[in-house]
Write a protein that binds this ligand. Sequence first.
Ligand code: GLA
Length: 502
Amino acid sequence: MKGLSIGVIAIVASSFAWHQDPARHGAFAGRWVVPPEGDAAFRQVYALEQSGGAVTGRVINATNEQPIVDAAIADGTLTFATVAGRPPNERRTEYRLRPSGSSMAVTLIRPGRDPETVIATKGSVTAGDAPARIEPPALHRVPANGLAKTPPMGWNSWNHFRARVDDATVRAIADAMVTSGMKAAGYTYVNIDDTWEAGRDASNRIQTNRKFPNMKALADYVHSKGLKLGIYSSPGHLTCAGYEGSYGHEEIDAKTFAAWGIDYLKYDWCSAARVYKDEEMQAVYQKMGDALRASGRDIVYSLCQYGRNDVWKWGPEVGGNLWRSTGDISDNWESMTRIGFSQDALAPHAGPGHWNDPDMLEIGNGGMDAAEYRTHMSLWAILAAPLLAGNDLRAMSTETAAVLTNPDVIAIDQDPLGRQGRRLRSGGPIEVWSRLLSGGKYAVGMFNRGETPATIEVRWSDLGFTGARAVHDLWRHRDAGRFEVGYQTQVEPHGVSLIKVQ
Ligand code: GLA
């Protein structure tokens, strides 16, 4: 009797297990939506198909989708991975999915990060899909807007605040821009980056989320300080952080921005990559260029598509005032120098009204030391790069302020001739760059990328002239003297000597 009842329990239990077995049950099939933290559309969608124990599918993000690899089910848990990047820089993310009632508990394991568990819920069969394609317009030339005769200067929320930016922070930054001396030094634009957006109202007007209760009032406040307000959107349906983009709503968005009093738009490719090919970028960016022009307001147009498809060749054609020429900067020496020293060949494409943009400044964000931040500032000035501070201006050290507001260095960046500097020579850890300034003067940056002090020299013949020249040292704030054939100085590791040759 006892043996029989144990047997019955075993059969019941195993048939229960059979019904519960997600491998047999198709329990993983469907679209699993990981909800966003803020007002983004979603964080990720797992689009999975299951046939018995075999699972295939994709992980959909706002800006891309990746096939899953190495899928396997064991003990009721589905594991798979996605691989981003190309060898040797592949980044593998591991996923573990466990049914939890009608939801799915998902553990993400990313390199260098603690595992994170989120709850995904079953979405519609189209959750995460890109929108239907809208044909891009035929190409034409958008007339120049006459803005940004020198590289734009200001501040942007992304590098320091990411999704934590809100109305109160932007107001406080505008205040600090004035009290810190940044405004007096020439910084003008206060730019809100991604994560301000919500959905659209019944007439398709884009809405701000609860972090920005009244964008018009915020613009009025920033303007009352003698500053200008910038905003951010995407030609795709979603921004890079997964918020509402301008796809299919370019004209109404440009009008809305103008009505709010916006003075600057950063327009970030992001999810447009899920609808358009890189070769279509010009037409897609032209659409917003036209819309901004038709808005009737002076709005600086900043293209952000990471330097793809030779944007410097067509950026001005779409009404662009600046275009990102690289991927995203990070607050470290490797990232900053990799970007900054890669810009030489782009120099001919910069000029008044249209600039190469090697991304925003990291000065003061803490990942580099003072010498490295002086290198950052000097290199960006030689490159005629937009100077968009990316630090918390409310809590800036005097050292950081001194780097960001050095008037002589800013004067190099803002030189009215608008000629982007070039590499004169490089060898080992040494880089010597020069920039022709108005009045026939030159800025010369002598950079030491090495780990020990170095003596660096520039000869006047390298700059194409002979005869004695006066040298002003822009970080030591002093005249260095007159020199017959050239100038030579010691430069600290990761440091720079930035001089003006009269
Ligand atoms: C992209 C851009 C960044 C920033 C983020 C916001 O990565 O290159 O500068 O705007 O999107 O999501």
